[in-house]
Write a protein that binds this ligand. Structure first.
Ligand code: NI
Length: 178
């Protein structure tokens, strides 16, 4: 379909609560999902939320094959998740480095729930219900935060651990600098 412009931090749409999707398996929804997929792939992202391309709906996509931006991350199946809900499975929090396509060039350490259950719908409206941990849990929490107007720096507890990717991780290729 199309690679869309990714809004960057400071755009008011990234601070908005997104609206739930009410109609599934529509041409409009499939077109949005195709654009999100293409935009995420082109940017080598681990995930993308609809508000990042200017659509304030509760839609996220994520997935990690062997992603050069996250060389240590485990693989996560490509997933379309609509109207998501997250619950923490226990009180354990873990710190980990995150980047965001809306905050290019930076990485920061963000505490997230180690184990979560997430539910939602796929493009056809079928129920998704998964319990996950590790990077999978992290990416889902990061993407779903976009649906409530939260960017990862807002979740950081130590802004001393926010820095430029090229300085923090100089071995990474320049085109992975976001
Ligand atoms: Ni993000």
């Amino acid at each position: 379909m199309a690679i869309r412009e990714i809004l960057r931090m400071g755009h008011p749409l990234l601070r908005q609560q997104a609206a739930p999707v009410t109609a599934f398996d529509t041409a409009e929804l499939h077109a949005l999902l195709a654009d999100m997929h293409d935009t995420m792939e082109a940017a080598q992202g681990a995930g993308l939320a609809a508000p990042q391309i200017g659509v304030s709906l509760q839609v996220v996509v994520f997935g990690v094959r062997a992603n050069p931006r996250y060389p240590e991350a485990e693989q996560v199946p490509y997933t379309v998740l609509i109207n998501p809900r997250i619950e923490a499975l226990d009180d354990v929090m873990v710190d980990g480095w995150e980047g965001c396509l809306s905050v290019p060039g930076l990485r920061g350490v963000v505490p997230r729930h180690a184990r979560i259950r997430y539910t939602g719908r796929d493009a056809a409206g079928a129920l998704i219900d998964r319990s996950v941990e590790g990077f999978h849990a992290r990416v889902v929490q990061h993407e779903c935060d976009h649906l409530v107007g939260v960017l990862y720096p807002m979740r950081m507890t130590d802004l001393g651990l926010l820095g430029y990717t090229s300085v923090l991780f100089p071995a990474m290729a320049p085109d992975q600098d976001d």
